[in-house]
Design a protein around this ligand. Sequence first.
Ligand code: NAD
Ligand code: ZN
Length: 361
Amino acid sequence: MKFRNFKTVPKMIFGRGSFDQLDDVLADERSSMDDFVVFLVDQVHKDKPLGQRIPATDKDMIIWLDVTDEPKTIYVDALTEEVQEYAAANNNGKNPVSVVGLGGGSALDLGKAVALMLTNEGGSASYQGWDLIKNPAVHHIGIPTISGTGAEASRTTVLTGPDKKLGMNSDYTVYDQIIMDPDLLQGVPRDQWFYTGMDCYIHNIEALNGTYINEFARAFGEKSLDLCNEVFLQDHPDSDEKLMMASYMGGQSIAYSQVGACHALSYGLSYVMGYHHGIGNCIAFDVLDDFYPEGVKVFREMMKKHNITLPKGITKDLSEEDMDKMIRTASGLAPLWENVYGADWQEKVTPELLRDLYSKM
Ligand code: NAD
Ligand code: ZN
């Protein structure tokens, strides 16, 4: 057996107000007069106080990100080109000294992806997979403004490409620095706060109940789950701090284990029906009583407490062709199902089972 040699984020700052230290962190990267930094910022922050606090010099580039759709390879390639054109015009074609991703999982993934594509030739679609990236990325910094995905901690950037939704998974993908400032969670719409937070809760349930579990993943997963319970069942006064740490630790947990049935189904919903990751997970998790009875029970208590109602009957008008595509997408995620059922998962994960689950959503 070979064990995973797992790269983690080497530098991190945590605490309310720590966003103000971004300027100091960047000062360490800037060495010559012409050096510039690229800020990839969720445009939701553009006219908000946070947008005004970005420590950009007049040499730097701020790109406001459209995250209406979850990140696509064509968007990554267009952003990369924009940065390259700017570098050609202003810095003899020299890459930025740092790329900062500021926002939710979408912005964090775009930050990672652009940092990678600035040093790796060809389109991002050709790197969707495991360890296909050849060259180290430009220095990159991740700063979450909504918590749950664990994208700040993970070695992937999830992209929808021409023929699949799959991450660019590599050691180079991992952020060089993250800044976790709970103040930045202010202003997140309540429903979205819940959906993205549940991504973290579900990561933990899937990891802790999976066949891949080990003490490393359990240590992070159990603590992260405790924090989720405090946030979503008890309305703890330090909820922002707790959710931010839960997200990071949930990311660490699945990095050394795996997600499961909910994520497999949710990938299908997202690829075929365009559901975003957080809400897609919630819709899928709500039909998984047989897989995660206790986890689903507590999830429903959390929904009730926060007055969340999920869309129902979403697959009833779906064409046969789309249903098949969704089933194929979900059943193609071998490691996730192996984490659910073990080595003989293929006997269990039949098209009938998946059709039945999708029909209940
Ligand atoms: P998101 O980044 O798409 O953001 C959701 C919404 O919240 C957006 O409308 C955004 O503008 C808004 N928002 C974010 N911060 C805000 C703030 N402070 N105030 C007001 N509004 C704010 O959502 P997400 O759930 O964080 O991320 C989902 C994405 O993350 C998906 O693309 C998914 O594939 C990806 N993901 C990546 C990983 C990974 O390890 N790389 C893991 C899980 C999910
Ligand atoms: Zn997830």
